[in-house]
Design a protein around this ligand. Structure first.
Ligand SMILES: NC(=O)c1ccc[n+]([C@@H]2O[C@H](COP(=O)([O-])OP(=O)(O)OC[C@H]3O[C@@H](n4cnc5c(N)ncnc54)[C@H](OP(=O)(O)O)[C@@H]3O)[C@@H](O)[C@H]2O)c1
Length: 321
């Protein structure tokens, strides 16, 4: 079957290890089912994997991808929940020390077919296309958990979203503005800032800009390039929720400001199956559509990877199968 997979690890030039070509069909395993993938989406996680972050060379070749929407063996339209917990774990699977994401230990979703535990199937709402549904299990689920579960944001508060055009950033902007939260964001170009405002941000600023007032919460995925600005933008007692460090993870820690203003730094990773179901209900009831910048056939996956690696994003990059 056709797949986009990591055939080598290259920390400096991740695309050097990307191959789009034939891989063996999934082998049947007890309590796992094969999904015929109709659409799948790219995440920055796939670039990290090609750099060897979370994917050691001995596990290669590894099909990339965490997101999929397709058809299960019974003919149902489904989404795939990408967090694979251990069989004996109960409760929040993101807290399972042995949990992995698809494409870390088990073959991923950028393929014609993917095999997942049956419990990881979630019914696809008819109102969402396969392409839209494929955007949700990683970037949108992460954004949902950051805002509402880990950030505890409520209507009327103000949030700063660092970055405005990425998969998680566009999800944060749309979900927060739909929930009645005032959204400020930073974007690296005029075009990206205009996109953010079109998606529902109240104002978009240049990176590092002084804000009109301090905010209740900051949503961080950028890391080193924005961390100091995030800490300095918070009100006393405010919270930074962090789920990524795209630009690096060694910024000045700003420890003095963190303790003096009694700020909270909260980590967040993916989300639970239950949160994914709640996200789906919210999307359908509020008619929120994921932001898709580009839809390509899986055979042209390399072009999507190149766009993401060069920072040329405007929402999710989706591959159809
Ligand atoms: N912990 C988790 O479970 C989880 C889940 C999803 C994602 N993540 C992480 O979150 C990050 C974003 O993921 P994504 O899929 O949304 O990636 P993406 O689509 O490639 O988006 C990258 C984002 O980074 C922003 N950015 C700002 N300054 C940057 C800089 N100096 N260098 C690079 N990027 C910069 C971009 O903002 P502009 O609009 O200004 O370009 C853009 O919004 C990644 O590190 C990813 O691994 C973690």
């Amino acid at each position: 079957m056709l797949a986009a997979y990591a055939s080598a690890i290259n920390p400096e030039d991740p695309l050097a290890g990307l191959t789009v070509g034939e891989r063996p069909e999934p082998e049947p395993t007890d309590n796992w089912v094969t999904v015929d993938v109709r659409a799948t989406a790219l995440n920055h996680h796939d670039l990290w994997s090609l750099r060897g972050v979370g994917l050691p060379a001995e596990r290669l070749p590894m099909i990339l991808g965490c997101d999929a929407a397709g058809i299960d063996p019974d003919g149902n339209e489904v989404l795939v929940h990408a967090v694979i917990g251990s069989d004996d774990w109960s409760g929040d699977e993101t807290l399972d020390p042995k949990r992995t994401l698809l494409s870390e230990r088990h073959q991923g979703t950028l393929a014609e077919r993917v095999m997942v535990p049956r419990r990881n199937l979630v019914p696809k709402p008819a109102q969402l296309s396969f392409e839209q549904a494929a955007c949700l299990p990683t970037a949108w689920l992460t954004a949902y958990r950051m805002l509402f579960t880990r950030g505890g944001l409520t209507p009327g508060q103000t949030v700063l979203v660092q970055g405005s055009s990425g998969g998680v950033a566009t999800a944060l902007i749309k979900l927060a503005s739909s929930a009645g939260i005032r959204v400020w964001t930073t974007g690296r170009s005029e075009e990206k800032r205009a996109l953010a405002v079109a998606l529902g941000a109240d104002q978009a600023f240049e990176p590092g800009a002084r804000l009109p007032e301090r905010v209740d919460a900051v949503m961080e995925t950028v890391g080193a390039a924005t961390w100091s600005h995030s800490v300095k933008s918070l009100k006393q007692g405010g919270v930074i929720v962090i789920s990524g460090a795209t630009s690096g993870d060694a910024p000045p820690a700003e420890l003095t400001r963190i303790f003096f203003l009694q700020l909270s730094v909260v980590g967040s990773t993916m989300g639970t199956r239950d949160e994914l179901e709640r996200l789906l209900r919210l999307m359908v009831e509020r008619q929120i559509e994921p932001v898709i910048s580009e839809t390509l056939p899986l055979s042209e996956a390399r072009a999507g990877f190149e766009a993401m690696a060069s920072g040329n994003t405007g929402g999710k990059i989706v591959f159809t199968v």
